[in-house]
Design a protein around this ligand. Structure first.
Ligand code: SF4
Ligand code: SF4
Length: 392
């Protein structure tokens, strides 16, 4: 009984469908997305503020080294199985071929119209990675809308005319892969020690990158899609001979891979630690020193302070202020606790007073305490209280 031919094609189509759905869903689920107008970065469900540099840095470095690790181990398999550019290029080629085969009237016009409609949808999803997804992205009255129109045009030109030529001529990931790959990286390789190749060239005809894998396994254009493996296997199965083309993998125990893996784990650890130390309510307090102090009608000495509270969570929160280590001090602040709506900042000023008179010092060190309600995340702010000093 003849053996069953390989079907990387079927696996690839299933993976591509899942990737397409993930590509569409990610910005709407805030798994990974930047919101440039609002200066926010979304990662794994966290809404990060642009000021949270440490987390954003670790997240970006982690993702970058994840790509590097995948490239070192698996070569351009990302291009063949996961990349939206490849998925849509192949879809455009399939649609164009199908329309011609079915002899649809005005096939070229139908193809261009369908590509234009799909391009506007894809541009909407792409721009949603950088701005809040909304219908305003379809207009040209906002910067995001203008970007959407430009991306729509570029997407249309890409999938109508360029397609896989982009992968070989312009894609920076392709060039990066050329630097990272070595003889241990996953390859698609042609081996024919028994000279069994019948020169049918089916492997060349099915290649979406229009290359002949028999020339070399190190052709930068090869996206490791496996179409040539299936093509050759379908021929060799009929001849009851072993496939001449297949994936080969050189292993992963060498210094380069260990170093890349170690760096990735370091960034993953840094990211985990930064997320664990993250505070949802962040407060800053500074003294207002335009006036060092004032003497009130009640004879007390007043110092003024300003605060800013950032509520980086998705629910409203309150922060309560109190004073420590300043005898006789009173906090003149309304309201206290201060309520801050989710995703908003609130700024304000308050005064702290203490009695004047003997025993007063020019500079007294004390602490302002803040605590969130609910949650009771507390912070301490060492401060100085300025006073005119003892009267002679
Ligand atoms: S050579 Fe084979 S694996 Fe490489 S791109 Fe062409 S069909 Fe895909
Ligand atoms: S499909 Fe196989 S047999 Fe046909 S040309 Fe390619 S390597 Fe040779």
């Amino acid at each position: 009984m003849a053996r069953a031919a390989s079907s990387w094609h079927g696996l690839r189509r299933r993976v591509q469908l899942v990737c397409f759905l993930i590509f569409v869903a990610l910005p709407f689920l805030n798994v990974i997305r930047a919101d440039i107008p609002r200066q926010r970065f979304y990662f794994a469900g966290y809404e990060l503020w642009i000021s949270e540099f440490a987390i954003i840095f670790f997240a970006l470095m982690f993702l970058m080294f994840l790509v590097v690790l995948a490239s070192v181990f698996l070569g351009r398999i990302f291009c063949g199985y996961l990349c939206p550019q490849m998925i849509f290029s192949e879809a455009a080629t399939w649609l164009e071929t199908w329309l011609k085969r079915k002899r649809v009237a005005q096939a070229r016009l139908v193809f261009l119209t369908a590509t234009a409609i799909a391009s506007s949808g894809l541009a909407f999803i792409f721009i949603s990675y950088f701005a809040e997804p909304s219908l305003s992205l379809f207009g040209t009255s906002t910067a995001a809308g203008i970007c959407g129109a430009v991306v729509t045009l570029l997407t249309f030109l890409d999938f109508a005319f360029v397609r896989q030529k982009f992968c070989t001529a312009a894609c920076p990931y392709g060039y990066l892969q050329g630097l990272l790959a070595d003889d241990r990286t996953l390859l698609v390789q042609y081996r024919d020690p028994d000279h069994a190749c019948i020169e049918c060239k089916k492997c060349v005809r099915v290649c979406p990158m229009e290359i002949d894998i028999r020339r070399s396994p190190f052709q930068i254009e090869c996206v490791h899609c496996g179409e040539c493996i299936d093509a050759c296997d379908s021929i060799m199965t009929r001849l009851d001979k072993p496939n001449l083309i297949g994936y080969t993998f050189g292993g992963f125990r060498d210094a380069k891979r260990v170093v890349v893996l170690a760096v990735l784990l370091c960034y993953a650890g840094g990211l985990f630690a930064a997320l664990a130390m993250r505070r949802e309510m962040l407060v800053r307090i500074d003294p207002v020193r335009e006036t060092l102090y004032r003497v009130g009608d009640d004879g007390r000495i007043y110092n003024r302070f300003r605060y800013q509270i950032d509520n980086r969570s998705r629910k409203a929160g309150e922060m309560v202020f109190s004073i420590h280590q300043l005898p006789g001090a009173a906090l003149a602040m309304a309201p206290n606790p201060v309520r801050v709506e989710p995703g908003k900042s609130r700024r304000g000023e308050f005064e702290i007073s203490r009695p004047a008179g003997k025993g007063g010092e020019l500079v007294t060190h004390f602490t302002i305490l803040t605590a969130t309600v609910p949650g009771q995340e507390s912070s301490e702010f060492p401060m100085t209280f300025l006073a005119p000093g003892d009267k002679p």
